[in-house]
Structure formats: C-alpha cells, structure tokens
Write a protein that binds this ligand. Structure first.
Ligand SMILES: [Zn+2]
Length: 83
C-alpha cells in the first residue's frame, strides 16, 4: 500500500441518496464498496470507478500531495474524482 493511497480521502456518491462520502483511497480499493455517512446504504464500486480511483492515485504519486501541484498539474486527477 502506498503512502498516498493510505492518506488520500476519496469521495464517492451514494447510489441511494447521492450524498458524497469520503474514505481513504486504500480502504475503498480493498473493500470495493463504501457505506454512506448519510443514509447508511452500501454502494459497490463499478469497474469504471475503480479504474478512476487507480488513475487518480497514479497522478497523485507523480505529483505528490502539495496543494498547488494538485490544483495545477493534476487537474485531470481531480476530474476523475468528480466523475
Ligand atoms: Zn446515502
């Protein structure tokens, strides 16, 4: 497990109420599901969401965790998160 995956909070939308719940990326990747903090529903990640997560982590590994780097060089990664 990389350091980045362990510390990055990755937001995912609930399938039931559409609220976003953030969990460490490493936890989401291992469990492949997230429990909604609002309604408690369990949402399973699609293959596409897992791929987006992996891509985001790759970007962050390259760019580091500096805020300015994330906003500048890693715009693509943030778009993947919003997806
Ligand atoms: Zn929910």
């Amino acid at each position: 497990m990389s350091l980045v995956a362990a510390v990055v909070q990755y937001p995912l939308p609930c399938a039931e109420c559409k609220s976003y719940t953030s969990r460490p990326a490493a936890v989401i990747r291992d469990e492949r599901k997230i429990t909604c903090r609002v309604c408690g529903s369990v949402t399973r990640l699609s293959d596409q969401q897992l791929e987006s997560l992996e891509r985001t982590l790759e970007h962050m590994n390259v760019c580091g965790l500096r805020k300015d780097a994330l906003e500048d060089t890693c715009k693509e990664a943030e778009e993947a998160v919003a997806d």
